[in-house]
Design a protein around this ligand. Structure first.
Ligand SMILES: Nc1ncnc2c1ncn2[C@@H]1O[C@H](COP(=O)(O)OP(=O)(O)OP(=O)(O)O)[C@@H](O)[C@H]1O
Length: 326
C-alpha cells in the first residue's frame, strides 16, 4: 500500500534520513519518537507537502515521489484542523466525497460523536469538535491511506480513548491503511498493528507494539513506550554485576552502559538491592514510588506498607544500552 525506500530530507542537521517502511493494505502503523525526531517531516513527505532530497515513495505500484499532494489519493488529519469557516460540518464531508451522500456523511458525523451538529459551522464548534469534523471528513474521502498527526491531542482523555478506538474500527472495517504519528504509547498500543520508532531522523525499529515494548533495539525505542528504568553499570564478558546480583546480557560489548528494565519488572525480593523510597505517586489503582537503590534511582510499582526496608530486584532486564554520547 505504501512503501518508503531510503527517504532523506535534510534540514541542516535535522530532518529524516534513510527512512524505509512499508504498510500493507488495511494496516495501521504508529510513528512514535521523541519531539524533533522527524515524525511530522516523515508524514509531510508521504503527503507530498515536502519533496525528499533522496529516496522514493510508492503508493501501491505507483511511484508518487514527485507527485503533488492532491494527486496522491490520501487524506490527512493534522493538529490544526484546517476547516472552511463558511461550511457546515456536513458540507465539509460532502465536499470531499466523490459521490456526495448525505446519509453517509450524517452517519460518519454520528460515529465521531457529532450527531445533531451537522449544520454547525466551525465558529460554532469547540476545538475538539472541529478536530472530529476533520477526522470524519478524512474518512468520508475514502482515501487509500490516511495520515494522522496527533489527531486526538486537542481532546479530553475520555473522548480521546473512545474516539481512537472508534476511528481504528472504522479504518479496519473499510480496510484503510493509516500512518499515525503520536507521542502517546497507549494510543499506539490501542490502535496500531505495528510501531515505527524514530530517533534523530532515522527509523530505528519497526515491529508490533508488544515486541517494541519487550525487545527494544535501541534506547530510543525503549524510551518510546516509557516506564523505563536505567541504571549505570559495567558489562564484563556478557554479564552485569550489581551488589551481589548478576544478569547475563547476550551480545553486549564489555564496558559502561545503561541496564534497562520496565517499572513492573522491579519487584521486592529478599536478595534484592536495599531501596529507600524518595517519593510516592500514581493513580488508576497502581501506586508508583521513586526509590534510591544505592546504585541509582528507579521507579517501582509498590503496594502501600512495603516502603520500609524493602529490597528490590529487576526480575527481567531488557538489555544494556550504550551510554548516550550527549
Ligand atoms: N522546514 C524546516 N526547516 C528546518 N528545520 C525543520 C523544518 N521542519 C522540521 N525541521 C526540523 O527537523 C526536525 C524534525 O522535525 P519534526 O517536526 O519532523 O519532528 P517531530 O518528531 O514531528 O517533533 P514533534 O513531536 O515535536 O512534533 C526538528 O529538529 C525540526 O526543528
Amino acid at each position: 500500500m505504501l512503501r518508503l525506500e531510503n527517504i532523506t530530507k535534510n534540514f541542516g542537521k535535522a530532518g529524516v534520513s534513510g527512512a524505509s517502511l512499508h504498510l500493507s493494505p488495511g494496516e495501521i502503523v504508529a510513528v512514535l519518537g521523541a519531539s524533533g525526531s522527524g515524525k511530522t517531516t516523515l508524514l509531510n513527505l508521504v503527503a507530498g507537502l515536502l519533496e525528499p532530497d533522496a529516496g522514493r515513495i510508492f503508493l501501491g505500484n505507483e511511484d508518487v515521489t514527485h507527485q503533488p499532494p492532491e494527486k496522491r489519493g490520501l487524506a490527512y488529519v493534522f493538529q490544526d484542523h484546517a476547516l472552511w469557516p463558511h461550511l457546515s460540518a456536513l458540507d465539509h464531508l460532502l465536499l470531499v466525497m466523490k459521490a456526495p451522500d448525505r446519509a453517509l456523511a450524517h452517519h460518519l458525523l454520528g460515529r465521531v460523536g457529532l450527531g445533531g451538529l451537522d449544520a454547525r459551522k466551525p465558529h460554532q464548534l469547540s476545538g475538539g469538535q472541529k478536530q472530529r469534523v476533520a477526522l470524519a471528513r478524512a474518512l468520508a474521502a475514502r482515501p487509500r491511506l490516511l495520515l494522522l498527526d496527533e489527531p486526538y491531542s486537542a481532546l479530553d482523555p475520555v473522548l480521546r480513548e473512545e474516539l481512537r478506538l472508534e476511528v481504528a474500527s472504522l479504518l479496519r472495517a473499510e480496510h484503510v491503511s493509516a500512518l499515525h504519528v503520536t507521542h502517546d504509547p497507549d494510543e499506539a498500543l490501542a490502535v496500531a498493528d505495528r510501531v515505527a520508532v524514530m530517533d534523530a531522523g532515522r527509523i530505528v525499529q519497526v515491529d508490533t507494539p508488544t515486541r517494541v515494548y519487550t525487545q527494544p533495539q535501541t534506547l530510543a525505542a525503549a524510551r518510546a513506550f516509557g516506564r523505563l528504568n536505567l541504571l549505570k553499570v559495567q558489562v564484563q564478558e556478557g554479564k552485569v554485576h550489581l551488589n551481589g546480583l548478576a544478569w547475563s546480557v547476550q551480545g553486549v560489548e564489555s564496558g559502561p552502559g545503561l541496564l534497562a528494565f520496565r517499572y513492573e519488572d522491579l519487584v521486592p525480593a529478599a536478595e534484592g538491592l536495599p531501596a529507600k523510597v524518595l517519593a510516592v505517586f500514581g493513580g488508576r489503582g497502581e501506586r508508583l514510588c521513586r526509590v534510591d537503590l544505592g546504585v541509582g534511582e528507579a521507579v517501582v510499582k509498590l503496594d502501600a506498607g512495603l516502603e520500609e526496608q524493602v529490597r528490590l530486584t529487576p526480575v527481567k532486564v531488557l538489555t544494556v544500552f550504550p551510554t548516550p554520547q550527549k
